[in-house]
Design a protein around this ligand. Structure first.
Ligand code: 4NP
Length: 145
């Protein structure tokens, strides 16, 4: 079944564009998008070191541009996927009255070893570890959706 999925992080230049690029490759029939809860990087491509780490494993995200999450996104997707609890709360704060669109943590689609959030590589600098976790979560999401 085809799905419309929106991935959301803070800046939309590291975690959510990576989730976007990994998932669109694994589920080519699905409609995938990504956004940030902040407006800090709107219009920018994904962060250079993130793109390089992804490209090294054959994942291309250079076509993506950051945009800010907005309340209208609740009506445009079947599922909204947050990278951590802080961003999940920021998303929920914008939920329109009557909207029932689910908002889930990405790590909830992986096993218990995945932890409860996708650590932000903008701060940890662990771009490969971020991609490893995102690939596990994306596979889990596709299997359960
Ligand atoms: P992201 O990472 O939320 O995974 O895109 C960040 C990127 C940039 C900033 C914070 C987080 N920043 O502070 O500019």
């Amino acid at each position: 079944m085809s799905k419309r999925i929106l991935f959301v992080c803070l800046g939309n230049i590291c975690r959510s564009p990576s989730a976007h690029a990994v998932t669109r490759r694994l589920a080519p029939g699905w409609e995938i998008d990504s956004a940030g809860t902040s407006d800090w990087h709107v219009g920018e491509p994904p962060y250079g070191p993130m793109q390089q780490a992804a490209r090294a494993r054959g994942i291309e995200m250079g076509d993506l541009r950051a945009r800010q999450f907005h309340a209208g996104d609740f009506g445009r997707f079947d599922l909204i996927v947050a990278m951590d609890a802080d961003n999940l709360a920021r998303i929920e704060a914008l939920r329109p009255a009557g909207s029932t669109t689910p908002v889930r943590l990405f790590t909830g689609f992986a096993g218990p070893d995945a932890g409860d959030h996708v650590p932000d590589p903008y701060y940890t600098r662990d771009f490969d570890g971020c991609l490893d976790l995102i690939e596990i979560c994306a596979k889990g999401l596709i299997e359960t959706a």
